[in-house]
Design a protein around this ligand. Structure first.
Ligand code: FAD
Ligand code: NAP
Ligand code: SF4
Length: 674
């Protein structure tokens, strides 16, 4: 067996985990949906059926004060426990195991009743917390215990206590958020009392045969966070207090260091878990940016952890574990760590899904049933939209021919994958390539389709997925030899000078600037270089892993000036959870951001523009146009005129603010119904 460590069962004494893969906790938004329980049950059951060893639910609050947001899910009454029984029954029916995460948000609670060790507002929420009284702390501990007892009653196999990411328990542990001078503040022994009491009292009340996972913040990544000796001390105390397993938590939500974005290398933080393994004897879970079996197996075989936690990879592919077992890695729909449909949705109070798998969290509503009416379908364009439509339609039993003018599938993803930090996009292309083979899509590359080719062919349905073309601008001198498009640079690799103006500050403007400011070292595939770039001390001598550590990164080989016409912050339309990373990267490279301009001319000198009614000239070697895109759908109307059954999806349908999430979703939904 290729992945023998992954598939070695783990005996916890009173129960056995069938493999070493854990689905990590993720809030999906279904928890709060009216009657969302059927949807959550279907969502978890599908993952259990997919073979995962243990599931941990999204965070559920033990009381109202601990809500992450108003009316978020809570486990504090028998009624709640009965509601959850549907979930545990559905998972157990599929042979799975499931723990409920108990999460008290503390000052991260996005509501006016939030509480914390001290009255100090967090930088990421607008509500100043109330200070918990000593009686309030005792009540909170009781609420954790009550919640654990109720989850046992609901049929859960255990609980995970969220002690990391900067939530309440973490806020007690760290000095900057805990200014108390009673038994729960002051010395470290006092600050960790809440965590230890919660575990000790839960164990006392639930007995021995119930899993208790404690998510330990091993690397706070915030100023004045715990040092390594303190983290080890807490780990040992938690083990003694009765935890079954310790999970690794990395970084607080307010930390300004990325921990799960796509530019974070795979398994970038497993060295932390490895160091903790020298100290503890109960099983340890490692996490963060592990998305493929080879990485998981390597970690386990080297003894760096006992269990691998993956969260988002189970959104992208519920069958991940079964595919790994059957050694069908090339069939895994890999999580590309984009956050676009999962975390970004949750931050916008929308139900989570997945960019590469629109069925995620929509299992009761979006299904790809075999068709009873097999049709001959043409899909024109093998970008994300066309690939999604073609492979799902073929999977349902249709006879699909997929055309692309290019010599490879992928459309703009072939351009996107060139960006440093977007290497995971290769995985999506690999996945679709394999789906084309499995579902016997008739792929015709190097075939530019015209009305002439199509009109006489007997396709019953035609799907136009021809994407976009870059918007052409009407600026004096736009045809000057200095002017390049993002395609010239990223696809045709045209040479670029030392001083560059980038027109347009959308996702592509940012990506192009990222590309132009790189020397050649790609840190997203090199853990040590990446840690240095973000100022993380691998020796763990620095408090919280970062205190007084100076980031080290290569200087940009170019001076880049980014322009936009509109007002406001650069990158404000980028992903909620990743935009700040892109901005931080470009700031490090001294990219200059210039807004509220109009462009007047490009000539031998450079870019002429107007700002505040003043004409300015920026001397540059090149001007790169990243000014958005327009639909390419010249085939659509003539086909309609010929009375063909024609559909249009992706960029060809609507280019403004188009991203791969919409393209793939639209393709999938059309293919599910056609
Ligand atoms: P396209 O990807 O444009 O594909 C259209 C396909 O149709 C092409 O392969 C083309 O060759 C083919 N075609 C066109 N005309 C014909 C014809 N007549 N006959 C045959 N074939 C034809 N999106 C995200 O969500 N997240 C990101 O992080 C992200 N990063 C990006 C970075 C860059 C640098 C770029 C350029 C794009 C990025 N995108 C990102 C956008 C994303 O790639 C697009 O939204 C997506 O590719 C659109 O998919 P589509 O299938 O509609 O069109
Ligand atoms: P975009 O996000 O729409 O940005 C276009 C930029 O061009 C804007 O900054 C706009 O700024 C400027 N612009 C528009 N019309 C212009 C004109 N006539 N003259 C001069 N400037 C003009 O489009 P994009 O950057 O091309 O990206 C395409 C899609 O790919 C986006 O929708 C995005 O979601 C997706 N994408 C996503 C990511 C990601 O990381 N998630 C990365 C890359 C791409 P002003 O109007 O202010 O000048
Ligand atoms: Fe992964 Fe992106 Fe899907 Fe989220 S949306 S699960 S990050 S691929």
């Amino acid at each position: 067996m290729k992945y023998k460590h992954i598939f070695t069962p783990l005996d916890l004494g009173f129960t056995i985990l069938k493999n070493r893969i854990l689905m990590g906790s993720m809030h999906t938004g279904l928890e709060e949906e009216k009657n969302g329980v059927d949807k959550i049950a279907a969502y978890y059951a599908e993952r259990a059926k997919g073979g995962v060893g243990l599931i941990v639910t999204g965070g559920i609050s033990p009381n109202i004060q601990g809500w992450t947001a108003p009316f978020s899910a809570r486990m504090s009454t028998e009624k709640h426990a009965i509601y959850h029984q549907k979930i545990t029954e559905a998972v157990h029916k599929e042979g799975g195991k499931i723990c409920m995460q108990i999460l008290h948000a503390g000052r991260y609670g996005y509501h006016p009743f939030n509480v914390a060790p001290s009255k100090i507002k967090s930088p990421i929420t607008p509500f100043k917390p109330f200070k918990l009284t000593k009686r309030g702390i005792k009540r909170t501990i009781n609420d954790f215990v009550n919640s654990a007892e109720l989850s046992k009653m609901a049929g859960y196999d255990g609980v995970e206590i969220m002690g990391s990411e900067g939530y309440l328990i973490n806020q007690f542990i760290v000095k900057k958020t805990n200014k108390r001078n009673d038994d729960f503040g002051g010395e470290y022994e006092n600050r960790i009392r809440l965590a230890i009491e919660i575990i000790r009292q839960i164990r006392e009340s639930v007995g021995t045969n119930f899993i208790i996972i404690y998510r330990l913040s091993m690397l706070d990544l915030v100023e004045s966070g715990s040092n390594w000796q303190e983290v080890v001390q807490l780990g040992k105390e938690i083990e003694n207090a009765g935890a079954t397993i310790i999970n690794t938590g990395i970084g607080w939500h307010e930390s300004r260091i990325p921990t799960i974005a796509t530019s974070v290398p795979r398994a970038a933080f497993t060295w932390v878990t490895k160091k903790m393994k020298e100290e503890l004897s109960i099983p340890l879970i490692t996490s963060n940016r592990i998305n493929m079996p080879e990485t998981a197996e390597k970690i386990l075989s080297e003894g760096d952890a006992d269990i691998i936690s993956m969260a988002r990879p189970f959104l992208s592919d519920p069958e991940w574990v079964n595919k790994a077992k059957e050694e069908k890695d090339d069939e895994i729909n890999t999580c590309i760590a984009c956050n676009q449909a999962c975390l970004d949705h949750v931050f916008q109070q929308k139900v989570a899904s997945c960019l590469v798998n629109p069925r995620a969290c929509h299992e009761t509503e979006l299904n790809y049933h075999p068709t009873k009416n097999k049709k001959k379908i043409a899909v024109v364009g093998a970008g994300p939209a066309g690939l999604s439509a073609a492979t799902i339609a073929a999977q349902r039993g249709h006879f699909v021919t997929l055309f692309d003018a290019n010599n490879e599938i992928g459309g703009q993803f072939n351009i996107a994958k060139q960006i440093p930090g977007k290497e995971e996009f290769y995985e999506t292309l690999r996945y679709f390539k394999r789906q084309i083979e499995i579902n016997q899509v008739n792929l015709k590359l190097n075939t530019k389709v015209s009305i002439e080719n199509l009109k006489d062919l007997d396709f019953e349905e035609i799907i136009i997925a021809t994407g976009i073309e870059p918007r052409s601008l009407k600026i004096d001198g736009i045809n000057h030899s200095k002017v390049l498009s993002y395609i010239d640079i990223l696809k045709h690799k045209k040479p670029v000078g030392k001083r560059v103006a980038v027109i347009g500050a959308g996702g592509i403007g940012f990506d192009v600037s990222e590309y132009l400011t790189h020397q050649g070292q790609v840190t997203s595939t090199n853990i040590d270089a990446w840690l240095k770039e973000w100022g993380i001390d691998k020796s763990l001598e620095a408090r919280a892993g970062i205190e007084n550590v100076k980031p080290e990164f290569e200087a940009s080989p170019r001076e880049v000036f980014m322009f936009k016409r509109s007002k406001g912050k650069f990158g404000s339309k980028l992903g909620k959870t990743t935009g700040w990373i892109h901005r931080a990267n470009l700031k490090k490279k001294n990219v200059q951001f210039i807004s509220e301009v109009s462009y007047s001319k490009i000539d031998d000198i450079g870019l002429h523009y107007i700002q505040n009614n003043e004409t300015k000239i920026l001397e540059v070697d090149n001007v790169v146009i990243c000014a958005g895109q327009v639909p390419l759908k010249e085939l659509y109307q003539p086909l309609l005129d010929l009375n063909k059954n024609v559909h249009v999806i992706g960029g060809a349908d609507f280019a403004s603010e188009l991203d791969a999430k919409r393209a793939i979703n639209q393709g999938a939904r059309l293919a599910a119904e056609i």
